[in-house]
Design a protein around this ligand. Structure first.
Ligand code: 1GP
Length: 236
């Protein structure tokens, strides 16, 4: 069976720590053509914050995954498709490579069918995720490509995630990474805020992830990014 994310072109990342834009509701996100919702953020992605959002989305069909900052023990519910567990390959703090994960595995029985790792490469030194994980973002294209190959060929990762959170990345780096991957799905996230930025990054990544613009500008702006990603993937 193909992985859930194999057909994802556009994903909306909802930060449970940030309010939605005025007048928006979670349910509306399901209708804009985005392929999945990821509930994720650098901190406070806790069960207490996640559960009410899952409850609100229970009437929708859209796949919903959580990038937890808590031990992912919540049993599978109808509205939750699974967990995506970030491993930050260029973190200086081992906590974000295997540390927290080791703790979680050690302290409970996890439902592995619903837990999928993502190999993150964090590339915006000014982002809170870079600060939090003490990521070494001083990487040239060859360094980034090497991390991606390491993820796929050595660590067997099925998702490689180029994380520029808060800034638009370099499409040449993204293209170089995609060229180097054989079958891993390349997620790109960071700074996508309109049709053009979504189009540009969807041309070089398999899946674009749109986050902050949802909270800052609202669902209509995210819908524009869906159009950009769709056109990039489907124009002849
Ligand atoms: C963040 O990759 C996502 O984890 C999206 O980034 O918030 O900059 O859109 P933005």
């Amino acid at each position: 069976m193909a992985a859930a994310w194999a057909q994802w072109e556009h994903v909306t990342k909802v930060d449970p720590d940030k309010p939605l834009h005025d007048g928006d509701s979670y349910v509306d996100i399901a209708d804009i053509g985005t392929d999945a919702i990821i509930l994720g953020g650098t901190t406070n992605v806790t069960e207490a914050r996640i559960q009410p959002i899952l409850d609100t989305l229970s009437s929708t069909e859209i796949p919903i995954f959580v990038e937890p900052t808590y031990r992912p023990t919540q049993s599978h519910t109808e509205s939750l498709s699974g967990y995506l567990l970030p491993i930050v390959l260029n973190a200086d703090n081992v906590m974000w490579i295997t540390g927290a994960h080791h703790e979680w595995v050690r302290s409970s029985d996890l439902e592995w069918d619903y837990i999928h790792p993502e190999a993150y490469i964090v590339l915006n030194p000014a982002s809170s995720v870079a600060t939090y994980t003490q990521a070494d973002c001083n990487l040239d294209t060859d360094d980034v490509v090497a991390y991606a190959e390491l993820a796929e060929q050595v660590l067997g990762q099925e998702i490689v995630y180029l994380e520029y959170s808060g800034m638009l990345g370099d499409p040449a780096v993204v293209a170089a990474v995609r060229d180097a991957l054989s079958s891993a799905q390349l997620f790109y996230g960071g700074g996508i805020h309109d049709y053009d930025s979504a189009y540009e990054m969807a041309k070089v990544a398999d899946t674009v992830v749109v986050g902050d613009v949802l909270h800052d500008a609202g669902i209509e702006a995210v819908e524009e990014t869906v159009r950009g990603a769709t056109d990039a993937n489907h124009e002849s």
